[in-house]
Design a binder for this molecule. Sequence first.
Ligand code: CS2
Length: 487
Amino acid sequence: MMRLTDVAQVPATLRPAYDRAAHGVGIVHLGLGAFHKAHQAALTDLAIAASGGDWRILGVSLRSPKACDQLAPQNGLYTLISKGAEGVNARVIGAIADAICSAEDPEPALAAMAAPATKIVSLTVTEKAYGLDRVNRGCDITHPAVAADLATPRTPHGVLGLLVEALRRRRADNVAPFSVLSCDNLPDNGQLLRGAVMDFARRLDRDLASWIAENVAFPCTMVDRITPPATQATLDHAQALTGCTDLAATETESFCQWVIEDHFPQGRPDWAAAGVIFTDEVATFEAMKLRMLNGSHSMLAYAGFHAGARFVRDVMAHQRLSRLVRRHLSSAAATLPAMNGINLDDYAQALATRFANPELAHETFQIAMDGSEKMPQRIFAAVADARTNDVDIRPFAFATAAWARHISMSTHDCAPYELRDPRADMLRDLAENRPASQIVANLRATSILPQGLGGDSAFWSQVEVILADMLAHPMENVIAREAADLP
Ligand code: CS2
């Protein structure tokens, strides 16, 4: 079987609706993973098809060369298969022009970012890769990549280092800066990244920092498309559809949403033609998505994983767990301000349907990763608003207890598992083999909580009671008790 390298190899109905060679590269994307291929690249593909422009993408992997090894030999082409209630859809995406890895040698990535043709540098690197100091809205100088890049700023390997060095080169060459587009699940993602970039630059060169402050746009975004990693079944499916071997094939759900603040001084693809929403209210959309989709995802990941539910769809097929998901969705919705044109009950219903998608094999263990980076915006931030709006805090206490049970590493109701979190050592230290009271006391003192939450005794006493139950009994039983009176 031939490897996919040219659109002419695949059936005409699957081909991109434009001549790839006629469109240059205008975007450098950092973090070339399945999510980027299912989301931004697919929407950019539609935007080019609708309105043209030199908006193809150079994809950069920051660490592992795997994505490049899959995509570069295929000239950036891959099959995107989406599955949902509407059935199965597939198309070959042409928006990625090439793929490189910056881990060994950052020079090609920096040269592309500094090139005048590059108008946007976008990112999907996951929360932990930024090196953010969220409390002070700057950079975290104890983050390994930040510390290393501050020491050798001309050969950076981390996100902040690459952005600042590329911007330094553009300023030196008198080239207007690119817009920086963060597409990760962080509240106020553009502004958080701006603060970190500014802080990082200030530590190296105050004039450069002032130039960035005056000239660089950091639009905020909300991104949404559930995209589990591809499996052999994905590759087999792509092969059956295209008639070629496609090692970069990607599988996702039908639903896709992107909300962006329209701040691109150097222009942008016609993403609106692909259904993207441009608004100044991104923060409201982001809070809705983080608290409802991602918040209930985190809750169901911890509770589900420890109750033996391997995939999100298994959670939704589990009568009691799915009731807890619905409870969480409705309480999270109640912490949000009213939104023009959005019915949060409908949104909750749509999320429950998406989670139940029988075609998607989305592992609870994967969502359980990096909890210390996810819990603050998904669960903890909701508690303060729940307090103000008189919303029951129990669902958030339950989610927090389930996370605490996960970091306790207790094996009383499951086989040993790995704790995947950038703060794994710190979390194990505060939770492993400890009683609920001590875990709670230790958590209350950590710096990952938003201000004020450590002092909310009523919240933490609920967490402690639930956690004690989770440490003493199988998760399945705790869930049964928690869901007993729910509709
Ligand atoms: C998930 C997200 O892994 C996780 O933490 O909650 O990746 C989620 O699937 C996406 O944000 C959906 O848009």
